[in-house]
Write a protein that binds this ligand. Structure first.
Ligand code: SAH
Length: 356
């Protein structure tokens, strides 16, 4: 096991069998070693910087029906909302004044935001704050649509692959299929976005072999960003009574991802903070290097409930900014308010990643 982990660190790769062996046989000693190597890889590539992204959850209206998600179409109890352009811009304004140089606009798949409306929002943000990056997370759209939004100025796109096991994917996503998801991710890459994939840990029926498929998928796609979080059941969904993922397994998957993609931007997710008060700090200690504090207006926060008991739903943006910075410092890292581009995209951003 020790040799395997060392080799994984050295080569940034391992075979599927080796990855499965690691997942099946980790004990507390080898887990410690895995975490230490992941931290070493992160320090080598990004030092002690943690990049801050301001998150605007701008719509919880969704045409999809993902079995795990609290804002799925069939959840009739979800109170729906939609932010207009002015409301989104005012979130960004507050974020910019707090020092954020990346805005992440995330929402359900809401066709009200057609290409014209969405491109106009992106252009307006970029016009007002040309030194800020815009990340979109709007689900699956056509190639043309992704292209229009890129030309409007969007820099990055987050679209988790959710699970790289096609059968599990099909069970969890009625009316959707894994191939289309993958096609979207490759289109985004081709167009020139910095792309974020990612998956949930602890989905019902998910085995270690499935998780190896997630890792292999990531290693092949080579996304710039990878979002990994525990699955947390939501009562108003068909998976409400399921078990959910654990913090420990999520940390293991984060650490393995750091070793396979040493230069990736890996968020320490809110879902981890929801399961464990120190979950986000723990993630930073095993290779995560991004946090995404919320900029959404407080009156809508509770309504963007992907899973239950989501933390920080009552907190003002200023509070979140300070709270997260304290957590970053307490974990031994430093908040970096720069754009925080992936190293391979730094040529596009002369101001660099580190504004210190
Ligand atoms: N519509 C966008 C954004 C989805 S919400 C898209 O399709 O990409 C962002 C992420 O939240 C999802 O990709 C999913 O991985 C995660 N998520 C949704 N429900 C969850 C749950 N119950 N537990 C943990 N994570 C969840």
């Amino acid at each position: 096991m020790k040799n395997l982990l060392e080799k994984l660190y050295q080569n940034s790769n391992a075979s599927d069998d080796e990855l499965l062996y690691i997942l099946d046989n980790l004990d507390s000693n080898s887990e410690k070693m895995l975490f230490a190597l992941a931290l070493k890889a992160r320090k080598k590539n990004y030092g002690d910087a943690v990049y801050m992204r301001g998150l605007v959850e701008f719509t919880n209206i969704c045409s999809q029906n993902c079995l795990y998600c609290g804002i799925r179409r069939d959840n009739k109890d979800a109170e729906r909302y939609r932010l207009n352009k002015d409301e989104i811009l005012s979130c960004c304004d507050e974020g910019y004044n707090l020092g954020y140089r990346t805005f992440v606009l995330q929402g359900g798949e809401d066709s009200w935001y057609n290409d014209e409306i969405m491109a106009n929002i992106v252009t307006s943000i970029k016009k007002q704050w040309p030194d800020a990056a815009v990340t979109l997370s709007l689900g699956e759209r056509s190639y043309e649509s992704y292209e229009i939004l890129f030309k409007a100025g969007a820099d990055r796109y987050l679209l988790r692959h959710e699970t790289a096991s096609p059968e599990l994917y099909a069970k969890l996503h009625p009316g959707m299929n894994f191939d289309s998801r993958v096609e979207c991710l490759y289109s985004l890459k081709e167009i020139g976005y910095q792309v974020g994939a990612g998956f949930m840990v602890g989905l019902p029926g998910q085995s270690n072999a499935d998780l190896v498929r997630d890792l292999r998928f990531l290693k092949t796609l080579e996304p710039e960003m990878v979002g990994i979080g525990p699955f947390i059941p939501h009562k108003k969904t068909p998976l409400g009574e399921s078990e959910g993922g654990t913090v420990e397994k999520t940390l293991v998957m984060l650490a393995l991802t750091r070793l396979l993609l040493p230069q990736a931007l890996l968020p320490s997710t809110t879902a981890l903070g929801t399961m464990d008060p120190l979950g986000r700090e723990k993630a930073l200690g095993v290779g995560a290097n991004v946090v995404m504090p919320n900029l959404s207006p407080t009156e809508y926060r509770t309504k963007y409930e992907l899973y239950e008991n989501k933390i920080c739903t009552g907190d003002e943006a200023t509070h979140c900014r300070r709270c997260i910075e304290k957590r970053i410092n307490s974990a031994g890292f430093r908040a970096d308010m720069g754009r925080g581009d992936h190293v391979s995209h730094l040529k596009d951003t002369p101001q660099g990643i580190d504004n210190n």
